[in-house]
Design a binder for this molecule. Structure first.
Ligand code: ARG
Length: 460
Protein backbone atom coordinates (compact mmCIF):
# COMPACT_ATOMS: atom_id res chain seq x y z
CA UNK A 1 0.00 0.00 0.00
CA UNK A 2 1.13 3.49 -0.80
CA UNK A 3 2.41 5.73 1.99
CA UNK A 4 2.30 8.82 -0.14
CA UNK A 5 0.60 12.00 1.00
CA UNK A 6 -1.71 11.44 -1.94
CA UNK A 7 -1.87 7.66 -1.44
CA UNK A 8 -5.50 7.42 -0.38
CA UNK A 9 -6.94 6.44 -3.73
CA UNK A 10 -4.08 4.11 -4.63
CA UNK A 11 -4.01 0.36 -4.11
CA UNK A 12 -0.41 -0.23 -5.14
CA UNK A 13 2.82 1.41 -4.23
CA UNK A 14 4.67 3.39 -6.84
CA UNK A 15 7.12 1.59 -9.09
CA UNK A 16 10.59 2.63 -7.94
CA UNK A 17 11.61 3.65 -11.45
CA UNK A 18 8.59 5.95 -11.55
CA UNK A 19 9.60 7.44 -8.24
CA UNK A 20 13.07 8.16 -9.51
CA UNK A 21 11.82 9.48 -12.81
CA UNK A 22 9.23 11.86 -11.40
CA UNK A 23 11.05 13.13 -8.33
CA UNK A 24 12.38 16.66 -8.39
CA UNK A 25 14.01 16.66 -4.95
CA UNK A 26 17.39 16.13 -6.61
CA UNK A 27 17.27 19.75 -7.71
CA UNK A 28 14.35 21.54 -6.05
CA UNK A 29 15.98 21.17 -2.62
CA UNK A 30 17.35 24.56 -3.64
CA UNK A 31 13.91 25.99 -2.95
CA UNK A 32 13.95 24.94 0.71
CA UNK A 33 14.38 28.45 2.08
CA UNK A 34 11.67 29.87 -0.12
CA UNK A 35 9.34 26.98 0.65
CA UNK A 36 9.66 27.51 4.39
CA UNK A 37 9.36 31.27 4.08
CA UNK A 38 6.18 30.83 2.01
CA UNK A 39 4.74 28.29 4.45
CA UNK A 40 5.33 30.57 7.42
CA UNK A 41 3.47 33.38 5.65
CA UNK A 42 0.68 31.01 4.68
CA UNK A 43 0.32 29.67 8.23
CA UNK A 44 0.30 33.20 9.62
CA UNK A 45 -2.49 34.18 7.25
CA UNK A 46 -4.49 31.00 8.04
CA UNK A 47 -4.39 31.92 11.72
CA UNK A 48 -5.28 35.58 11.13
CA UNK A 49 -8.28 34.42 9.14
CA UNK A 50 -9.30 31.97 11.85
CA UNK A 51 -8.80 28.98 9.55
CA UNK A 52 -6.33 27.49 12.04
CA UNK A 53 -5.79 28.53 15.66
CA UNK A 54 -2.93 30.70 16.82
CA UNK A 55 -1.57 27.77 18.85
CA UNK A 56 -1.57 25.61 15.73
CA UNK A 57 0.18 28.38 13.82
CA UNK A 58 2.82 28.66 16.53
CA UNK A 59 3.48 24.95 16.44
CA UNK A 60 3.70 24.92 12.66
CA UNK A 61 6.03 27.90 12.49
CA UNK A 62 8.28 26.57 15.22
CA UNK A 63 8.47 23.24 13.42
CA UNK A 64 9.27 24.91 10.11
CA UNK A 65 12.06 26.94 11.69
CA UNK A 66 13.57 23.82 13.17
CA UNK A 67 13.42 22.14 9.77
CA UNK A 68 15.16 25.12 8.24
CA UNK A 69 17.93 24.68 10.78
CA UNK A 70 18.18 20.95 10.10
CA UNK A 71 18.55 21.65 6.39
CA UNK A 72 21.18 24.34 6.96
CA UNK A 73 23.16 22.03 9.20
CA UNK A 74 22.97 19.17 6.76
CA UNK A 75 20.90 17.08 9.17
CA UNK A 76 17.87 16.81 6.93
CA UNK A 77 17.35 13.60 5.01
CA UNK A 78 15.86 14.26 1.60
CA UNK A 79 13.84 11.40 0.22
CA UNK A 80 13.09 10.59 -3.40
CA UNK A 81 9.96 8.72 -2.31
CA UNK A 82 8.63 12.07 -1.10
CA UNK A 83 9.05 13.49 -4.58
CA UNK A 84 9.89 17.10 -4.01
CA UNK A 85 10.92 19.72 -1.50
CA UNK A 86 7.33 20.56 -0.60
CA UNK A 87 6.44 16.99 0.41
CA UNK A 88 9.77 16.44 2.10
CA UNK A 89 9.26 19.42 4.34
CA UNK A 90 5.60 18.70 5.02
CA UNK A 91 6.32 15.10 5.95
CA UNK A 92 9.06 16.16 8.33
CA UNK A 93 6.78 18.78 9.87
CA UNK A 94 4.13 16.16 10.60
CA UNK A 95 6.82 13.88 11.99
CA UNK A 96 7.95 16.63 14.32
CA UNK A 97 4.70 18.24 15.50
CA UNK A 98 2.15 15.55 14.79
CA UNK A 99 -1.06 15.61 12.70
CA UNK A 100 -1.48 19.36 13.22
CA UNK A 101 1.35 19.73 10.71
CA UNK A 102 -1.13 18.44 8.14
CA UNK A 103 -3.17 21.63 8.58
CA UNK A 104 -0.51 23.70 6.86
CA UNK A 105 -1.67 22.58 3.45
CA UNK A 106 -5.20 23.92 4.03
CA UNK A 107 -6.28 26.25 1.21
CA UNK A 108 -3.10 25.50 -0.70
CA UNK A 109 -1.93 23.21 -3.46
CA UNK A 110 1.56 22.28 -4.51
CA UNK A 111 0.74 24.05 -7.74
CA UNK A 112 0.48 27.49 -6.22
CA UNK A 113 3.12 26.57 -3.63
CA UNK A 114 5.78 25.77 -6.22
CA UNK A 115 4.82 28.86 -8.20
CA UNK A 116 5.35 30.95 -5.07
CA UNK A 117 8.71 29.34 -4.35
CA UNK A 118 9.94 30.03 -7.86
CA UNK A 119 8.88 33.66 -7.68
CA UNK A 120 10.65 34.08 -4.34
CA UNK A 121 13.75 32.36 -5.64
CA UNK A 122 13.96 34.49 -8.75
CA UNK A 123 13.35 37.67 -6.77
CA UNK A 124 16.32 36.82 -4.58
CA UNK A 125 18.56 36.11 -7.56
CA UNK A 126 17.53 39.00 -9.73
CA UNK A 127 18.44 41.30 -6.86
CA UNK A 128 21.83 39.62 -6.49
CA UNK A 129 22.52 39.65 -10.23
CA UNK A 130 21.57 43.32 -10.41
CA UNK A 131 24.14 44.10 -7.74
CA UNK A 132 26.81 42.10 -9.55
CA UNK A 133 26.03 43.82 -12.81
CA UNK A 134 26.19 47.26 -11.20
CA UNK A 135 29.58 46.36 -9.71
CA UNK A 136 30.82 45.23 -13.10
CA UNK A 137 29.71 48.50 -14.64
CA UNK A 138 31.52 50.46 -11.95
CA UNK A 139 34.68 48.45 -12.58
CA UNK A 140 34.51 49.15 -16.30
CA UNK A 141 33.95 52.85 -15.79
CA UNK A 142 36.96 52.99 -13.51
CA UNK A 143 39.11 51.13 -16.02
CA UNK A 144 37.94 53.56 -18.70
CA UNK A 145 38.92 56.53 -16.56
CA UNK A 146 42.34 55.04 -15.76
CA UNK A 147 43.08 54.45 -19.45
CA UNK A 148 41.58 57.58 -20.90
CA UNK A 149 44.61 58.31 -23.13
CA UNK A 150 45.08 54.85 -24.56
CA UNK A 151 44.43 54.55 -28.28
CA UNK A 152 43.95 51.31 -30.21
CA UNK A 153 42.56 50.37 -33.59
CA UNK A 154 38.82 49.98 -33.84
CA UNK A 155 37.75 47.21 -36.18
CA UNK A 156 35.06 46.37 -38.65
CA UNK A 157 35.19 42.94 -40.30
CA UNK A 158 38.08 42.41 -37.88
CA UNK A 159 40.09 44.69 -40.18
CA UNK A 160 41.57 47.84 -38.72
CA UNK A 161 39.09 50.62 -39.38
CA UNK A 162 39.60 53.79 -37.34
CA UNK A 163 41.57 54.50 -34.19
CA UNK A 164 39.53 54.74 -31.03
CA UNK A 165 40.09 55.28 -27.35
CA UNK A 166 40.36 52.12 -25.30
CA UNK A 167 37.99 53.78 -22.85
CA UNK A 168 35.49 54.26 -25.68
CA UNK A 169 35.62 50.53 -26.31
CA UNK A 170 35.03 49.81 -22.62
CA UNK A 171 32.18 52.30 -22.50
CA UNK A 172 30.50 50.45 -25.36
CA UNK A 173 30.22 47.49 -22.97
CA UNK A 174 29.04 49.78 -20.20
CA UNK A 175 26.18 50.84 -22.50
CA UNK A 176 25.26 47.19 -23.08
CA UNK A 177 25.45 46.35 -19.38
CA UNK A 178 23.32 49.35 -18.47
CA UNK A 179 20.65 48.12 -20.88
CA UNK A 180 20.93 44.68 -19.29
CA UNK A 181 20.41 46.19 -15.87
CA UNK A 182 17.47 48.20 -17.14
CA UNK A 183 15.93 45.05 -18.59
CA UNK A 184 16.31 43.21 -15.30
CA UNK A 185 14.60 46.03 -13.51
CA UNK A 186 11.80 46.26 -16.07
CA UNK A 187 11.05 42.60 -15.57
CA UNK A 188 10.80 43.03 -11.81
CA UNK A 189 7.09 43.85 -11.73
CA UNK A 190 6.30 40.56 -13.44
CA UNK A 191 8.52 38.59 -11.07
CA UNK A 192 7.10 40.45 -8.11
CA UNK A 193 3.66 38.80 -8.43
CA UNK A 194 2.26 36.58 -5.70
CA UNK A 195 0.53 33.37 -6.89
CA UNK A 196 -0.42 31.73 -3.58
CA UNK A 197 -4.14 31.39 -3.01
CA UNK A 198 -4.73 30.08 -6.52
CA UNK A 199 -5.06 26.61 -5.00
CA UNK A 200 -4.74 23.79 -7.50
CA UNK A 201 -6.17 25.99 -10.26
CA UNK A 202 -9.53 27.47 -9.31
CA UNK A 203 -9.04 29.30 -6.04
CA UNK A 204 -10.14 28.06 -2.65
CA UNK A 205 -13.30 27.69 -0.59
CA UNK A 206 -11.52 29.06 2.50
CA UNK A 207 -11.72 32.76 3.45
CA UNK A 208 -8.03 33.46 2.74
CA UNK A 209 -6.35 36.85 2.56
CA UNK A 210 -3.96 36.90 -0.35
CA UNK A 211 -3.03 40.50 0.29
CA UNK A 212 -1.71 39.61 3.73
CA UNK A 213 0.47 36.85 2.30
CA UNK A 214 1.74 39.23 -0.38
CA UNK A 215 2.58 41.84 2.28
CA UNK A 216 4.31 39.31 4.53
CA UNK A 217 6.47 38.13 1.65
CA UNK A 218 7.06 41.61 0.29
CA UNK A 219 5.24 41.21 -3.02
CA UNK A 220 3.87 44.30 -4.73
CA UNK A 221 1.41 42.46 -6.94
CA UNK A 222 -0.96 39.49 -6.79
CA UNK A 223 -1.99 37.27 -9.70
CA UNK A 224 -5.49 38.28 -10.77
CA UNK A 225 -6.47 34.87 -12.15
CA UNK A 226 -5.92 31.60 -10.32
CA UNK A 227 -5.49 29.58 -13.51
CA UNK A 228 -2.87 31.99 -14.79
CA UNK A 229 -1.16 32.00 -11.39
CA UNK A 230 -0.38 28.29 -11.49
CA UNK A 231 0.36 28.13 -15.22
CA UNK A 232 2.46 31.22 -15.72
CA UNK A 233 6.14 30.71 -16.40
CA UNK A 234 6.47 33.82 -18.59
CA UNK A 235 8.59 35.56 -16.00
CA UNK A 236 11.08 32.70 -16.08
CA UNK A 237 11.19 32.74 -19.87
CA UNK A 238 11.70 36.48 -19.70
CA UNK A 239 14.50 36.10 -17.20
CA UNK A 240 16.16 33.41 -19.32
CA UNK A 241 15.95 35.65 -22.33
CA UNK A 242 17.49 38.57 -20.44
CA UNK A 243 20.14 36.23 -19.10
CA UNK A 244 20.84 35.09 -22.67
CA UNK A 245 21.38 38.68 -23.74
CA UNK A 246 23.71 39.28 -20.82
CA UNK A 247 25.69 36.15 -21.59
CA UNK A 248 25.85 37.21 -25.24
CA UNK A 249 27.41 40.52 -24.19
CA UNK A 250 29.83 38.81 -21.83
CA UNK A 251 30.68 36.32 -24.55
CA UNK A 252 31.53 39.01 -27.09
CA UNK A 253 33.69 40.68 -24.49
CA UNK A 254 35.35 37.34 -23.74
CA UNK A 255 36.07 36.84 -27.40
CA UNK A 256 37.79 40.22 -27.52
CA UNK A 257 39.83 39.48 -24.40
CA UNK A 258 40.91 36.19 -25.95
CA UNK A 259 41.94 37.90 -29.18
CA UNK A 260 43.58 40.83 -27.45
CA UNK A 261 45.64 38.62 -25.18
CA UNK A 262 46.90 36.47 -28.05
CA UNK A 263 50.50 36.74 -29.27
CA UNK A 264 49.11 38.13 -32.50
CA UNK A 265 47.49 41.13 -30.81
CA UNK A 266 49.25 41.54 -27.45
CA UNK A 267 46.91 44.40 -26.59
CA UNK A 268 46.31 43.18 -23.06
CA UNK A 269 47.79 40.71 -20.66
CA UNK A 270 45.42 38.89 -18.37
CA UNK A 271 46.59 38.51 -14.82
CA UNK A 272 48.14 35.14 -13.93
CA UNK A 273 45.45 34.68 -11.30
CA UNK A 274 42.81 34.58 -14.04
CA UNK A 275 44.56 32.22 -16.45
CA UNK A 276 45.53 28.58 -16.47
CA UNK A 277 48.39 26.59 -17.94
CA UNK A 278 48.86 23.57 -20.13
CA UNK A 279 49.71 20.09 -18.88
CA UNK A 280 52.13 19.57 -21.75
CA UNK A 281 53.22 22.95 -23.15
CA UNK A 282 55.15 24.74 -20.42
CA UNK A 283 55.03 28.15 -22.08
CA UNK A 284 51.26 28.36 -22.19
CA UNK A 285 49.05 30.80 -20.36
CA UNK A 286 45.47 30.30 -21.45
CA UNK A 287 42.48 32.62 -21.08
CA UNK A 288 40.27 29.78 -19.82
CA UNK A 289 37.86 31.96 -17.87
CA UNK A 290 37.01 34.07 -20.90
CA UNK A 291 36.71 30.93 -23.01
CA UNK A 292 34.36 29.33 -20.51
CA UNK A 293 32.16 32.40 -20.30
CA UNK A 294 31.94 32.26 -24.10
CA UNK A 295 31.30 28.53 -23.95
CA UNK A 296 28.70 28.61 -21.19
CA UNK A 297 26.65 31.15 -23.12
CA UNK A 298 25.42 28.22 -25.18
CA UNK A 299 23.83 26.45 -22.25
CA UNK A 300 21.95 29.56 -21.17
CA UNK A 301 20.51 29.95 -24.69
CA UNK A 302 19.65 26.26 -24.44
CA UNK A 303 17.68 26.76 -21.23
CA UNK A 304 15.66 29.54 -22.84
CA UNK A 305 14.73 27.49 -25.88
CA UNK A 306 14.13 24.45 -23.72
CA UNK A 307 11.57 26.18 -21.49
CA UNK A 308 9.82 27.88 -24.38
CA UNK A 309 9.51 24.50 -26.05
CA UNK A 310 8.32 22.81 -22.85
CA UNK A 311 5.56 25.35 -22.45
CA UNK A 312 4.33 25.74 -26.00
CA UNK A 313 1.98 22.78 -26.09
CA UNK A 314 0.72 22.79 -22.52
CA UNK A 315 -2.98 23.12 -21.87
CA UNK A 316 -3.99 25.11 -18.82
CA UNK A 317 -3.28 24.71 -16.00
CA UNK A 318 -0.52 22.78 -14.20
CA UNK A 319 1.12 19.88 -16.02
CA UNK A 320 4.03 17.88 -14.70
CA UNK A 321 6.05 19.09 -17.69
CA UNK A 322 6.37 22.34 -15.79
CA UNK A 323 8.66 20.71 -13.27
CA UNK A 324 11.21 21.08 -16.07
CA UNK A 325 11.30 24.84 -15.47
CA UNK A 326 13.69 24.46 -12.57
CA UNK A 327 17.07 23.06 -13.53
CA UNK A 328 17.51 25.48 -16.43
CA UNK A 329 16.69 28.42 -14.22
CA UNK A 330 18.92 27.27 -11.37
CA UNK A 331 21.77 26.67 -13.79
CA UNK A 332 21.24 30.04 -15.46
CA UNK A 333 21.46 32.09 -12.27
CA UNK A 334 24.58 30.18 -11.27
CA UNK A 335 26.21 30.51 -14.69
CA UNK A 336 25.45 34.20 -14.98
CA UNK A 337 26.48 34.97 -11.44
CA UNK A 338 29.81 33.22 -11.93
CA UNK A 339 30.49 35.01 -15.21
CA UNK A 340 29.66 38.43 -13.78
CA UNK A 341 31.66 37.81 -10.63
CA UNK A 342 34.78 36.80 -12.57
CA UNK A 343 34.61 39.33 -15.36
CA UNK A 344 34.98 42.30 -13.04
CA UNK A 345 38.32 41.39 -11.39
CA UNK A 346 39.63 39.88 -14.62
CA UNK A 347 39.19 43.16 -16.48
CA UNK A 348 40.31 45.23 -13.50
CA UNK A 349 43.58 43.34 -13.16
CA UNK A 350 44.44 42.95 -16.82
CA UNK A 351 47.43 44.90 -18.06
CA UNK A 352 46.72 47.27 -20.91
CA UNK A 353 49.61 47.30 -23.36
CA UNK A 354 49.50 50.93 -24.39
CA UNK A 355 52.67 50.79 -26.52
CA UNK A 356 51.49 47.82 -28.54
CA UNK A 357 48.13 49.43 -29.15
CA UNK A 358 49.77 52.74 -30.14
CA UNK A 359 52.07 50.93 -32.57
CA UNK A 360 49.06 49.28 -34.17
CA UNK A 361 47.41 52.56 -34.99
CA UNK A 362 50.60 54.01 -36.41
CA UNK A 363 51.43 51.10 -38.62
CA UNK A 364 48.21 51.01 -40.56
CA UNK A 365 45.81 53.07 -42.59
CA UNK A 366 43.21 53.70 -39.97
CA UNK A 367 43.63 57.44 -40.54
CA UNK A 368 42.52 57.14 -44.17
CA UNK A 369 38.97 58.34 -43.46
CA UNK A 370 40.44 61.42 -41.88
CA UNK A 371 42.50 62.08 -44.95
CA UNK A 372 39.30 61.88 -47.03
CA UNK A 373 37.48 64.17 -44.57
CA UNK A 374 40.42 66.58 -44.86
CA UNK A 375 40.00 66.76 -48.63
CA UNK A 376 36.27 67.35 -48.17
CA UNK A 377 37.05 70.41 -46.05
CA UNK A 378 39.03 71.64 -49.06
CA UNK A 379 35.86 71.56 -51.15
CA UNK A 380 36.34 68.13 -52.80
CA UNK A 381 33.13 66.01 -52.89
CA UNK A 382 33.42 63.01 -50.54
CA UNK A 383 33.17 60.38 -53.29
CA UNK A 384 36.05 62.00 -55.16
CA UNK A 385 38.05 62.33 -51.95
CA UNK A 386 37.46 58.61 -51.26
CA UNK A 387 38.90 57.77 -54.67
CA UNK A 388 41.96 59.99 -54.16
CA UNK A 389 42.68 58.45 -50.76
CA UNK A 390 42.15 54.93 -52.09
CA UNK A 391 44.75 55.55 -54.78
CA UNK A 392 47.12 57.10 -52.26
CA UNK A 393 46.76 54.06 -49.98
CA UNK A 394 47.47 51.75 -52.89
CA UNK A 395 50.57 53.79 -53.69
CA UNK A 396 51.67 53.55 -50.03
CA UNK A 397 51.24 49.78 -50.01
CA UNK A 398 53.42 49.52 -53.11
CA UNK A 399 56.01 51.80 -51.57
CA UNK A 400 55.80 50.11 -48.16
CA UNK A 401 54.90 53.39 -46.50
CA UNK A 402 52.09 54.74 -44.34
CA UNK A 403 50.21 57.96 -45.00
CA UNK A 404 52.29 59.91 -42.52
CA UNK A 405 55.52 58.81 -44.28
CA UNK A 406 54.58 60.49 -47.56
CA UNK A 407 56.31 63.71 -48.58
CA UNK A 408 54.16 66.65 -49.53
CA UNK A 409 55.21 66.11 -53.16
CA UNK A 410 53.94 62.55 -53.03
CA UNK A 411 50.61 63.85 -51.67
CA UNK A 412 50.45 66.38 -54.47
CA UNK A 413 50.74 63.65 -57.06
CA UNK A 414 47.19 62.71 -55.98
CA UNK A 415 45.75 66.08 -54.96
CA UNK A 416 47.17 69.60 -55.01
CA UNK A 417 44.82 70.54 -52.15
CA UNK A 418 46.99 68.89 -49.51
CA UNK A 419 48.94 71.24 -47.26
CA UNK A 420 51.48 70.75 -44.51
CA UNK A 421 48.81 70.59 -41.81
CA UNK A 422 47.95 67.08 -43.08
CA UNK A 423 50.76 65.66 -40.90
CA UNK A 424 49.08 67.05 -37.84
CA UNK A 425 45.59 66.02 -38.91
CA UNK A 426 46.54 62.38 -39.47
CA UNK A 427 48.15 61.81 -36.06
CA UNK A 428 46.20 59.16 -34.11
CA UNK A 429 45.42 61.53 -31.19
CA UNK A 430 44.14 64.10 -33.64
CA UNK A 431 42.11 61.49 -35.50
CA UNK A 432 40.50 60.29 -32.30
CA UNK A 433 39.83 63.69 -30.81
CA UNK A 434 38.33 65.00 -34.04
CA UNK A 435 35.40 62.62 -33.45
CA UNK A 436 33.82 64.80 -30.85
CA UNK A 437 30.25 64.30 -31.97
CA UNK A 438 27.92 63.05 -29.22
CA UNK A 439 28.72 59.39 -28.61
CA UNK A 440 31.99 59.63 -30.55
CA UNK A 441 35.43 58.49 -29.48
CA UNK A 442 37.02 61.91 -28.78
CA UNK A 443 38.24 62.22 -25.23
CA UNK A 444 35.68 64.93 -24.46
CA UNK A 445 32.87 62.73 -25.81
CA UNK A 446 34.06 59.76 -23.77
CA UNK A 447 34.07 61.93 -20.65
CA UNK A 448 30.44 62.79 -21.38
CA UNK A 449 29.66 59.07 -21.71
CA UNK A 450 31.37 58.34 -18.42
CA UNK A 451 29.45 61.05 -16.60
CA UNK A 452 26.14 59.99 -18.12
CA UNK A 453 26.78 56.34 -17.31
CA UNK A 454 27.53 57.21 -13.69
CA UNK A 455 24.30 59.17 -13.41
CA UNK A 456 22.32 56.41 -15.06
CA UNK A 457 23.79 53.81 -12.75
CA UNK A 458 22.83 55.90 -9.75
CA UNK A 459 19.27 56.35 -11.01
CA UNK A 460 18.73 52.69 -11.84
N1 ARG B 1 7.62 19.19 -7.98
C1 ARG B 1 6.51 19.82 -8.65
C2 ARG B 1 7.05 20.82 -9.65
O1 ARG B 1 8.10 21.25 -9.46
C3 ARG B 1 5.62 20.51 -7.69
C4 ARG B 1 4.23 20.66 -8.15
C5 ARG B 1 3.57 19.36 -8.19
N2 ARG B 1 2.18 19.47 -8.43
C6 ARG B 1 1.45 18.40 -8.81
N3 ARG B 1 0.22 18.60 -9.00
N4 ARG B 1 2.00 17.24 -9.02
O2 ARG B 1 6.38 21.16 -10.61
Amino acid sequence: MSKKAWGGRFTKSTNHLVEEYTASIGFDYKLADEDIQGSIAHATMLATQGIITVEEMDLIIRGLKEIKKEIEEGQFEFSIALEDIHMNIEKRLIEKIGPVGGKLHTARSRNDQVALDMHLYLKKWVKQLGIRLAELIEGFIQKAEENIDVILPGYTHLQRAQPILFSHHLMAYVSMFLRDLERLQDSWKRIDLMPLGAGALAGTTFPIDRKQVADLLDFQGIYANSMDAVSDRDYIVEFLSHASLMMMHLSRLSEELILWSSQEFQFVELDDAFCTGSSIMPQKKNPDVAELVRGKTGRVYGHLISLLTTLKGLPLTYNKDMQEDKEGMFDTVQTLDGALALMKPMVETMKVNQEKMAKSVKEDFSNATDYADYLVTKGIPFRQAHEIVGKTVLYCIEQKKYLLDLTIEEYHAFSDQVEKDIYEKLQPEQVVNARSSYGGTAKESVFVQIEEAKTKLQDL
